[in-house]
Design a protein around this ligand. Structure first.
Ligand code: OOB
Length: 564
């Protein structure tokens, strides 16, 4: 069992061993190779402002920031956060949609050496409470409202579920309203450039905590350092050929690693380009921004692709400036990959990444065949790739096996999860991705399936056991198995197979209400379909036979729902 941490805010001087880092010899190699440059994000944002003060860094609706303004404003915000009591090493849960305040606060936290913990906009009481407790957060940042949710009311519920000694502050982007103990973002704004510099972070420090897609009960936190994350963003920017004229449109949530650093927001800024935030992922909003701002690259998830193609066909003029479209987070069907480029008049880049680190991308000069049918090859020459069979030994190229990896920006262990780390990593420090891939002689990977108990609902990851544990708290449910089955729109949908006691058995509507309202679970984790069975089928070793369950829902016998 992994033990929950104390919930009160920890200070930087407390020496807690939270996670394993790279061994010194590997770290030295990564520094010598020039991957780790010894700079913090706080130093980077100031250096960018000195190099190109007047270029546009950030656009959100009618609001625009030059690089000089970005650095000045984050300096003032850092002062405001310090005055609130946030210090180097403190964790701060950030749950914001695609608004400029995400970027400004993110850099302000970096300047203090405080550590943003990335929540997704859709997360609700269950996820937020878990994030605050596990990270021992000193503060949470939320929007006033987003997508019909009052996040202040939600935070009040989260705080009520914490022990009395937790001192988690709440910062609201917008009005605090009746919540008098919450701090409005506007009050944090100190004088420009006034960042405190008495206890500066170091480049090897923890810079952020990302949420893992999860395979076990509760989501794990992924530690990323300034050195490794800056390399991730900069190297991805290099692969995408970004420069000062690049304009990146952030369509997917900015808190998502793909959008933030692959190359995304951070890679674009490191290259001197401009970041434009899309308030929603619709092609109508996206195409209007592409036309208005001269966007040159963007990143989509597979379910968005058909809608964006349709809109672009109707209005080809609007996408004239677009050069590169990245697609990742879930498997892009080969047939869609072939049609996307011509529809948007841009080069397609498949991206197979993970918050844990390893990033694979097709290259712009790859042959069409590889761009259409593979999920790319590793970003770094020092990404080490192993593809292993069930016996743990490497399989030949072309054969499917589980992908294991280690390298200059892939974690060596989750945060405060020693027991889980013993299973998720090899003794040599390779991360077990849980993905089934085939490696081609060119080094490109094809994602063919998954051995982890996770559902990938169009890029949104659902840990089956997390939802099963919530389902089992329902008074009528006696057994539950959440299974991914192929779905024409999302690639996969989540089906809950349950056995019930008493009548009537709960249907999908009842369970949706139960999971969202009673359990406080994010809506995207609610099963799309519920199937009640007299008993769940078991494998010979007595585990629930998820393959058999998934196969039972398919018209074509013999195909399982676990494929990537
Ligand atoms: C990205 O990161 P996560 O952490 O949300 O999810 C990682 C998992 C991978 O292990 C794999 O199972 C799946 O998502 N995945 C893909 C994929 N990209 C991710 N499966 C098939 N094809 C792809 N192209 O999803 C992520 C992080 C950075 C960049 C892009 C995606």
């Amino acid at each position: 069992m992994d033990h929950p941490p104390p919930t009160n805010a920890r200070r930087a001087h407390e020496k807690e061993h939270t996670h394993p880092a790279w061994p010194p010899a590997a770290a030295e190699r990564y520094r010598r190779a020039g991957y780790w440059r010894g700079l913090t994000f706080g130093q980077e944002v100031r250096a960018w402002a000195r190099e190109r003060p007047d270029r546009t860094a950030l656009v959100d609706g009618a609001r625009r920031w030059t690089y000089a303004e970005l650095a000045a404003e984050t300096g003032g915000l850092a002062r405001g956060l310090r005055d609130l009591g946030i210090r180097r090493g403190d964790r701060v849960v950030v749950q914001l949609p695609n608004v400029a305040e995400f970027v400004l606060l993110w850099f302000a936290l970096q300047r203090l050496g405080a550590v943003p913990v990335h929540a997704m906009p859709g997360h609700r009481r269950a996820e937020l409470t878990h994030l605050v407790r596990l990270s021992g957060a000193a503060a949470c940042v939320v929007p006033e409202r987003h997508a019909r949710q009052d996040h202040r009311a939600l935070m009040r519920e989260v705080l009520a579920g914490l022990p009395d000694d937790s001192r988690c502050r709440v910062i609201v982007v917008g009005e605090a309203g009746p919540y008098e103990d919450f701090v409005p973002y506007a009050e944090l704004r100190g004088a420009p450039d006034d960042a405190p510099d008495d206890d500066p972070p170091e480049s090897g420090d923890l810079a952020l905590l990302l949420l893992s897609g999860g395979t076990t009960g509760l989501p794990k936190l992924i530690p990323r350092t300034h050195d490794d994350y800056a390399y991730n963003a900069r190297a991805a920017a290099g692969v995408c050929g970004l420069d000062e004229d690049s304009v990146y449109l952030a369509v997917l949530p900015v808190a998502f690693n793909f959008t933030l650093a692959c190359p995304g927001v951070l890679g674009t800024l490191s290259a001197g380009g401009t970041v434009v935030l899309a308030p929603d992922p619709s092609p109508q909003t996206g195409l209007a921004l592409i036309a208005r701002e001269g966007v040159t690259l963007t990143a989509l998830s597979p379910p968005l692709v058909p809608h964006w193609m349709e809109e672009a066909r109707a209005d080809p003029e609007s996408v004239r400036s677009l050069r590169l479209v990245q697609v990742g987070g879930a498997r892009l069907p080969d047939a869609l990959a072939a049609r996307l480029g011509p529809a948007l008049g841009a080069t397609v880049q498949q991206v197979y990444g993970m918050a844990e680190g390893l990033l694979n991308l097709t290259r712009v000069d790859d042959p069409d065949e590889l761009i259409r049918t593979t999920q790319g090859r590793p970003l770094s020459p020092d990404d080490e790739i192993l593809v292993i069979g069930p016996d743990g030994t490497p399989v030949p190229d072309g054969e499917p096996g589980e992908l294991l990896t280690r390298g200059p920006y892939t974690l060596r262990g989750y945060y405060r999860a020693a027991a889980h780390n013993a299973r998720a990593f090899t003794p040599e420090g390779h991360y077990r991705t849980g993905d089934l891939v085939r490696r081609l002689p060119s080094g490109h990977l094809v994602v063919v399936g998954r051995v982890k108990d996770q559902i990938n609902r169009g890029g949104e990851k659902i840990a089956a056991t997390e939802v099963e544990e919530h389902l089992l708290t329902h008074p009528r449910i006696s057994a539950a198995a959440l299974v991914g089955v192929p779905d024409p729109h999302r690639g996969e949908r989540a089906v809950a197979f349950v056995t019930c006691e008493g009548d009537p058995a709960p249907d999908v509507h009842d369970l949706s209400g139960y999971l969202r309202e009673d359990r406080g679970l994010a809506a995207y984790k609610v099963p799309d379909q519920v199937v009640v069975l007299p008993a769940l089928p078991l494998t010979p070793v007595g585990k629930v036979d998820k393959k058999a369950l998934a196969a039972g829902l398919l018209p074509e016998a013999g195909v399982t729902g676990q494929g990537g």
